[in-house]
Design a protein around this ligand. Structure first.
Ligand code: GLN
Length: 538
C-alpha cells in the first residue's frame, strides 16, 4: 500500500515548505523507500510556462517538457529522480479536465460541482501518480497557504483521501512560521495556533508541525505548540534557518522527523541510513568547507529575483562541493552593461561569466557586450539558451563582420538573422506549452571539447526555446573558429558551440542546469568551474 504525506503551509508563503518536502523525501529515500513527490499549485494557470520569472521565479522544465514550478527542481535534486507532468497538479489542469468531461457528456446529466467532481479529479490525479510509479511514499506539497480561497478544494480532497485510505496510510505535516519578537527575543506561537485552527475547520488534524523560525525552537515553544495544537511534543519539529539547504535533511532527522513519520505510517524497513545518505553527507561537508574561492558574473535580465535563476545557482553549488571552491555569484542586470566603461568595471575582476536564458529584447545588447568582453579577454564563459544565441550574434557581428546580425526575435528585419525561428514554431499563435520543450537527444562530435566534457557521443538534455541557429550561416561560423560540437539527431539543430581559440568559451541551446544533481553536477557547469580554477591558478 502506498503511503501519502500531505505537506501544508500556514501563516505565510515562502516558508521553505518545498525544502521541507524535498528533505523529508531525501530522508525516506535514504532509508530504502521508493519516494516520489507531487506539487499542487492552486493557481488557475495550466502550467508555469506562461508565468513571469519576476513574479514567480524560474520556470523548471521536466523531461517530458512540462513547464513547472521551481519546487519540482528541488524534488529532482534532493531525490535524484526525474519527474513528469503528472507530478504537478494545478487548478487549471483540474478544471480543464472536468470541463472537458462535462462537454463530452461524461457526467450523465449531473450538476457538476466542486465537491465531488473537482475533488474527485484532484484525487484521481494523485492516485494516478501512485499507480503509475508504484512508490512506497508519495509526498504531496500543497502550494499556497491554508486559508487561501483557491487551495480549499485541494485541502478538501486530501481530507477525503485521508478518509479513504485511513490513518496508517496518510499523514498531514503542517509547516508554519514561528516569529521571534525582536526586542524580547520571544518565540511566538499564536500564528501557528491560528493556522492549525484554520486547518481544523476544514476537517484536517495535523500529525506533525514543522516550526520554521530564525533559530531553533525552544523546549517551552514546542510544549506550547503541542498543547495548543494537540500534537505530541515529539511531533513538533524545529526547522531553523539554514545557511545551506542541503543540510536541512540532517536537521530534520536529528529532530526525529524520520522516525516519527516511519512509526506513524508503519513504514518498516532498513536499519538506518544507506549509501545515498553517506554520499549526501560527504557532499554537504565539502560544500561547507571550501579551500579556495572564485567569482562568477551571472549576466541576467531577471536578477531582481534570485529565484529566477535557482537551477543555475544550484548547479554552481553542486560544483562548489565537487571542487571545494566557494563560488560567489555576482548577479548583474544586463541592462547595466550598456557601455564599455560599465563592462570593464563590472566584469574586470570576475573569474568567469555565465549568461543564462531569457526572452525578449530588453537587455540583449548588455549580454552581447558581456560575451564580447569574455571572448576578447579570454575569460571563461558559459552561455545557455538565450545566452547561447547571444554569443552567436556577438560572433557574427564582431568576427564574421555582419554588423547588424541579430536574432529575428529582437529584430525581424535584420539583414543577417543568424538566429531564427525554428520551422516548427512558424504559424504557432498560442503561448502555453508551445515551445520546443523537454529532453531531446544531442549528438556530440568526437575530438571536440564537448566530447571531452561529456565523454559520450550521445547525450540527453532538456530544452525550452522557439529560436535556433540559422543553418545558412553554420559553415561561415565554423570556418572562423566557432564550432558546433553538439547537434540534434537530424543534424539540423545546433545544440553546443565552442570557440576554438579560447580557454573556455562554450554554449548550449539546451539547459544543462535542469539535470544537475548534488552528487552529479552538470558536466558543462563542472567544466566551466574547472576552467575558472585553472585560469585563476595559472
Ligand atoms: N528566447 C529564446 C528562444 O525562444 C531563448 C529561450 C530561452 O532562453 N529559454 O529561443
Amino acid at each position: 500500500m502506498t503511503k501519502f504525506i500531505i505537506i501544508t503551509g500556514g501563516v505565510l508563503s515562502g516558508l521553505g515548505k518545498g525544502i521541507v518536502t524535498s528533505s523529508l523525501g531525501m530522508l525516506l529515500k535514504s532509508h530504502g523507500f521508493k519516494v516520489t513527490a507531487i506539487k499542487v499549485d492552486p493557481y488557475l494557470n495550466c502550467d508555469a510556462g506562461t508565468m513571469n520569472p519576476f513574479e514567480h521565479g524560474e520556470v523548471f522544465v521536466l523531461k517530458d517538457g512540462t513547464e513547472v514550478d521551481l519546487d519540482l527542481g528541488n524534488y529532482e535534486r534532493f531525490l535524484n529522480i526525474e519527474l513528469c507532468g503528472d507530478d504537478n497538479i494545478t487548478t487549471g489542469k483540474v478544471y480543464r479536465s472536468v470541463i472537458e468531461k462535462e462537454r463530452a457528456g461524461e457526467y450523465l446529466g449531473k450538476t457538476v460541482q466542486i465537491i465531488p467532481h473537482i475533488t474527485d479529479e484532484i484525487n484521481r490525479r494523485i492516485w494516478k501518480v501512485a499507480d503509475d510509479t508504484d512508490p512506497d511514499v508519495v509526498l504531496v506539497e500543497m502550494g499556497g497557504t491554508v486559508g487561501d480561497i483557491e487551495s480549499s478544494p485541494f485541502l478538501e480532497a486530501s481530507r477525503q483521501l485521508h478518509m479513504e485510505v485511513g490513518d496508517d496510510n496518510l499523514m498531514f505535516i503542517h509547516t508554519t512560521l514561528v516569529p521571534v519578537m525582536e526586542v524580547v527575543g520571544e518565540q511566538k506561537t499564536k500564528p501557528t495556533q491560528h493556522s492549525v485552527k484554520a486547518l481544523r475547520t476544514i476537517g484536517i488534524e495535523p500529525d506533525v508541525i514543522v516550526g520554521r523560525s530564525k533559530v531553533e525552537l525552544e523546549a517551552s515553544t514546542k510544549r506550547k505548540i503541542s498543547l495548543f495544537c494537540d500534537v505530541p511534543q515529539d511531533a513538533v519539529i524545529s526547522s531553523p534557518n539554514a545557511d545551506n539547504i542541503y543540510r536541512v535533511p540532517f536537521i530534520l532527522h536529528e529532530e526525529g522527523l524520520t522516525e516519527y513519520v516511519m512509526e506513524k505510517l508503519k513504514l518498516e524497513k532498513e536499519n538506518g541510513f544507506d549509501q545515498y545518505m553517506k554520499e549526501w553527507e560527504e557532499f554537504t561537508d565539502n560544500f561547507e568547507n571550501p579551500t579556495s574561492e572564485l567569482t562568477v558574473a551571472l549576466v541576467g535580465k531577471y536578477c531582481e529575483l534570485e529565484d529566477a535563476y535557482v537551477s543555475h545557482v544550484e548547479a554552481l553549488n553542486h560544483c562548489r562541493s565537487a571542487t571545494r571552491t566557494d563560488i560567489n555569484i555576482e548577479f548583474l542586470e544586463s541592462g547595466d552593461l550598456g557601455d564599455k566603461d560599465a563592462v570593464d568595471k563590472l566584469l574586470g575582476d570576475v573569474d568567469g561569466v555565465l549568461i543564462p536564458g531569457g526572452f525578449g529584447t530588453r537587455g540583449i545588447e548588455g549580454k552581447i557586450n558581456a560575451v564580447n568582453y569574455s571572448r576578447t579577454n579570454k575569460i571563461p564563459i558559459l552561455t545557455i539558451c538565450l545566452g547561447f544565441q547571444v554569443s552567436v550574434i556577438e560572433y557574427a557581428r564582431n568576427v564574421l563582420g555582419y554588423e547588424n546580425a541579430n536574432s529575428s526575435e529582437f529584430d525581424h528585419k535584420t539583414d543577417h538573422p543568424v538566429i531564427d525561428l525554428l520551422p516548427m514554431q512558424r504559424g504557432i499563435d498560442k503561448m502555453g506549452g508551445t515551445m520546443r520543450l523537454g529532453a531531446e537527444k544531442v549528438f556530440v562530435e568526437k575530438g571536440t571539447k564537448a566530447y571531452e566534457i561529456y565523454g559520450s557521443e550521445e547525450i540527453q538534455e532538456r530544452h525550452r526555446h522557439r529560436y535556433e541557429v540559422n543553418l545558412e550561416y553554420k559553415d561561415e561560423f565554423e570556418e572562423k573558429g566557432m564550432v558546433f560540437s553538439g547537434k540534434s539527431s537530424n543534424k539540423k539543430r545546433m545544440e553546443i558551440l565552442e570557440v576554438v581559440d579560447h580557454p573556455f568559451f562554450m554554449g548550449s541551446q539546451f539547459h544543462p542546469e535542469f539535470k544537475s544533481r548534488p552528487l552529479k553536477p552538470a558536466p558543462l557547469f563542472l567544466a566551466f568551474v574547472q576552467a575558472m580554477i585553472d585560469r585563476r591558478d595559472s
